[in-house]
Write a protein that binds this ligand. Sequence first.
Ligand SMILES: Cc1cc2nc3c(=O)[nH]c(=O)nc-3n(C[C@H](O)[C@H](O)[C@H](O)COP(=O)(O)OP(=O)(O)OC[C@H]3O[C@@H](n4cnc5c(N)ncnc54)[C@H](O)[C@@H]3O)c2cc1C
Length: 477
Amino acid sequence: MFSRLDNSTLSELKGIVGSAGWSDDSEVIAPHISEWRGLFSGSTPIMLMPDTTGEVAAILRCCNERGIGIVPQGGNTGLAGGAIPHSKPDAPEILLSASRLNRIRELDAENFTLTAEAGCVLATLQQAAAAADRLFPLSLAAEGSCQIGGNISTNAGGTNVMRYGNVRESVLGLEVVLPNGRIVDGLRGLRKDNTGYDLKQLFIGAEGTLGFITAAVCKLFPLPRSSATALLAVDEPRAAVDLFTRAQLSLGDELIAFEIFPRLALDMVLAHIDGCRDPFDKAWDWYLLIEIAGVRDQADTDQNLTGFLDASLAAGVVRDGVIAQSGTQRADLWRLRHSISEAQRHAGASIKNDISVPVARVAQFIDEAASYAAQRVTGVRPVAFGHLGDGNIHFNLSQPEAMPSQEFLDLWDEITAAIHTIAVQLGGSFSAEHGIGALKTGELVRLRSEVELDLMRAIKQAVDPRGIMNPGKVLER
Ligand SMILES: Cc1cc2nc3c(=O)[nH]c(=O)nc-3n(C[C@H](O)[C@H](O)[C@H](O)COP(=O)(O)OP(=O)(O)OC[C@H]3O[C@@H](n4cnc5c(N)ncnc54)[C@H](O)[C@@H]3O)c2cc1C
């Protein structure tokens, strides 16, 4: 039961963060109460931007005592509506931004660890690690805006999961403020620590429903000495899966990215994103962006990828391929892949699915889902792209060109439910890396077992008995 947020509470909260730490200016708040794709929007009476963990603790304590909902926000690039407050005049929710918690507290090159506050932008951490001759491997298209606190709260994946894992595998320690204001200081940079329940795992991927992450110790890795990137053309997803098996056997641990996208995605990028060009003379049906990296010298790495490409062409699995000859060409190839979401926005409304299946079933999933979609909506344009190496496909459907956008979007629940069911029947997941947020709470109930749901609800009740943390996200109220 939520209380009204009265003026004296607002004054108390403003006092905790000081004049630089809050805003109730509707223009300042506007970009923070709607989501990147415009699927979710809400309202908040105030956005708080604490500067220290102590301030976060005081805010949560104050809100917990009064039963006021808190919505944590990082870079607001999430794709499940988790960072957007509801519009509830009778139970307004406070937006708690991590933006001023943006210090790198320590980079320990010898321990291969980085301790950063939640509001550090991902690209800043990558750069800091590189400056110390280390690699912070998390990489995704939103890396210029998303924050490490948001990445951890969504257990982000991205393009290097195959080699380095999801964020979960990179987090060694967390500092978290609980709903009652108590601080869990777990900033330990240990590779081994079997001392009871691994509490940090509770907060990784919890999408702000159990506490507010204020800082993390993350693993660093040796900075690769060389890398090589290629764009390959194949006829169909089945060939892509075959090629992935070959790549793993032939390139081993050096393989760090194996991304797939169809011709339609490339067409959208070429049509809507300035400065992109087709690296091939001819149009192919499917493309694979693959990257290898390692500690050997550049000539060896180039030779390794060239040898793999030659063998795959000779075997008839690959139809054509280009290898980047410079850093600029590598960036150009990655830009094609990273621009797909943006380009698809310009091609009308789209219904998005972020699913995963065992890698061996990716082709079957794409075939079944595309055939379902084509039968359900004549002229629908499937853009199935993503991290093939992780079995993670963003099966996004662009509206038929002549169909009114809203008419298409009205089919969202029906179509996503059918696609999720196909994925789950193939042994997959209906949310691979984007989480549940506000978008998939119903699907969580539909597709997770009772015992798993009961455990999740019991954890929520134990950690956040008043239900102030991100109300209604992940678990329906
Ligand atoms: C173009 C584009 C490409 C993307 N590609 C990928 C991809 O390849 N892989 C992938 O995994 N994701 C991807 N995403 C989704 C998104 O970038 C990630 O989910 C990212 O990790 C979110 O970080 P953020 O800082 O923007 O979090 P936000 O969107 O601000 O928040 C996400 C969730 O975390 C909670 N939260 C945020 N900060 C905190 C905190 N400090 N403490 C507690 N809870 C918190 C919020 O309440 C919300 O529930 C992409 C998004 C875009 C726009």
